[in-house]
Ligand binder design. Structure first.
Ligand SMILES: Cc1cc2nc3c(=O)[nH]c(=O)nc-3n(C[C@H](O)[C@H](O)[C@H](O)COP(=O)(O)OP(=O)(O)OC[C@H]3O[C@@H](n4cnc5c(N)ncnc54)[C@H](O)[C@@H]3O)c2cc1C
Length: 506
């Protein structure tokens, strides 16, 4: 396991111990950095920390005043985190994401990975962290590692010398500001900056794109009442856990659940939905269901609805589409919250505590790189010389805007053989043709079926991009030159040192 007490963190801790109530020191204002990270979501924070730990002078630019993106700003996620273990029970992903889980557990704001019998035998098991404390911790880690933050600032373009990106253009209250950088990492989630840099990308038609959603959270649920209903009607839940179980084996596990927390998420409520639909009190764009959002500090649960408002045929790069979807999602949220209160046992006195501040964008552009991760790579448990992390997540399942919520893409679903893993290659972070730019986050180079959009995937690619950028600066090479085997080995050494799992799992 990596020692996340870096030298810089020790210095930070010592300073805080000497003056516990003192203000943080203000960073020096500069317009020249080794590495600039655009976007402070999960991929961006992982990239900034890894680059700073690699010795680079780092600037992280974020359009909002908060860090975390879809993790906690337009989130929180229903499961933070899943797929850190494969269905064989092997730990397959660690590094920065593991560090955040362990640190939040030490602080009392995360739960240990829940390997309970109902969900066991699948990779869809949860290691819950409190997203609010996660967001606070990110600011602390940035301070520990000396990452300079520039917030309330929109990156609007890149500065180029031929095909080389040499800086970025920012719009903020100061006006138009220019920053120089040796390497730029694009972590906007949507690739807006990569596209301005001239990168190639893929974007599905509106009709084929997954729906986009606004999430909301409810509190005040009587969990005992809900659990009693589910024990009496275990056939009302979409199956979870080992997929080889018979329905009766699964029902028995549900009847034996002691704590609602063991269920993790609940999608189904088929009979209730039928009745609500017949009364025109449930809409056609999502199934009924929610995730448990634990507040570990007080051992309390909230109900978090990720998929109850879903709008089809929305392009994430079309502001008119997005404006329509923001409005339509709010309409669906009113319907969904009212239906839960009226029909679902335990929800009578429930109330909304949070509506996501903006759409969570499920699907958008993917930036084409020197390698395009393929569905066949998942199906073949592919190994790559330039592995930067492992993955166990199946390819090809998609959200659909109907009462099933989840479906298969046109290309079909592929699972990893023998419930093992496949490698994520460094080359999918390096965009074709354009130099000095790295892509991390959900828009890395992948086929639609292998879209790398879950939290653990975005943090793996973020950490690798940050470590790679710092190494490029140190070695005086470009991100594309770093693809050479001799340099990739050095990158892998750095990642191993940072706790990333690159080998030793199935
Ligand atoms: C409805 C929904 C539910 C989901 N639930 C889960 C879940 O339960 N578990 C899970 O693992 N995953 C879940 N996901 C997926 C996951 O949350 C996201 O894919 C992931 O968080 C994306 O991370 P990112 O860093 O790539 O992008 P983002 O989180 O989108 O971060 C991008 C950041 O860049 C900033 N930015 C954008 N443009 C600019 C610019 N021009 N200048 C400056 N800053 C900019 C944004 O403000 C943002 O902070 C869900 C996704 C959706 C849509």
């Amino acid at each position: 396991m990596a020692d996340y007490y870096s030298e810089k963190r020790r210095e930070y801790d010592a300073r805080v111990a000497a003056d516990p109530m003192g203000l943080l020191p203000r960073p020096e204002r500069s317009y020249k950095y080794d590495v600039i990270v655009c976007g402070g979501g999960t991929s961006g924070v992982a990239a900034a920390v890894a680059a700073a730990r690699g010795g680079a002078k780092v600037l992280l630019i974020e359009r909002n005043g908060s860090l975390g993106g879809q993790m906690n700003v337009s989130g929180p996620p229903g499961f933070s985190y899943a797929y850190l273990y494969n269905a064989r029970g092997e730990r397959v992903i660690d590094g920065f994401i593991g560090e955040t889980h362990r640190r939040l557990m030490e602080m009392g704001h995360a739960r240990p990975t829940d390997m309970n019998p109902y969900r066991s035998g699948s990779d869809y098991i949860f290691s819950f962290v409190d997203p609010e404390w996660w967001g606070l911790l990110m600011f602390q880690i940035m301070a520990e590692e000396g990452v300079t933050l520039l917030m309330h600032s929109l990156v609007v373009d890149v500065i180029k010398n031929g095909n080389d990106v040499v800086g970025v253009v920012v719009e903020n209250a100061e006006g138009r500001v220019y920053f120089e950088s040796k390497v730029v990492i694009e972590c906007t989630g949507e690739g807006d900056i990569a596209v301005r840099a001239g990168c190639e990308y893929e974007l599905l038609s509106r009709e084929d794109s997954e729906p986009q959603s606004v999430c909301f959270t409810m509190d005040g649920v009587n969990w005992d009442e809900l659990l009693a209903y589910l024990k009496a009607h275990p056939d009302q839940l979409v199956p979870r856990g080992d997929p080889t179980r018979t329905p009766e084996e699964r029902y028995e596990l549900i009847r034996n659940v002691k704590d609602i927390g063991e269920l993790g998420d609940m999608l189904g409520f088929f009979d209730i939905m039928k009745e609500a639909k017949a009364n025109k009190e449930w809409h056609d764009y999502a199934g009924m269901g929610f995730f448990l959002a634990p507040r570990p500090d007080v051992d309390h649960f909230q109900a978090h609805f990720q998929h109850s408002a879903q709008v089809p045929e929305i392009w994430s790069c079309d502001p008119w589409d997005l404006s329509y979807a923001e409005q339509e999602c709010r309409r669906q949220i009113m319907i969904a919250a009212n239906a839960f209160k009226k029909y679902v046992p335990g929800f009578k006195n429930a109330y909304i505590t949070r509506v996501g501040m903006e759409l969570r964008l499920r699907e958008g552009r993917r930036i084409m790189g020197d390698y395009v991760l393929a569905k066949a790579d998942v199906a073949n448990s592919q190994r790559f010389y330039d592995c930067i992390g492992k993955n166990t997540f199946a390819a090809g399942a998609v959200h659909v805007a109907n009462n099933n919520t989840i479906g298969a893409s046109k290309e079909g679903v592929a699972t990893v053989p023998d419930r093992g893993t496949y490698d994520m290659p460094y080359r999918m972070l390096v965009p074709r043709k354009i130099d000095n730019l790295l892509i991390a986050g959900k828009h890395v180079s992948a086929e639609r079926a292998t879209y790398q959009r879950f939290l653990q995937e975005t943090m793996v690619t973020g950490q690798a991009a940050g470590a790679a950028a710092a190494l490029c600066v140190k070695l005086g090479v470009t991100p594309r030159q770093l693809e050479a085997e001799e340099y990739v080995k050095q990158l892998q050494d750095v990642l191993r040192e940072q706790g990333v799992i690159l080998e030793g799992v199935h």
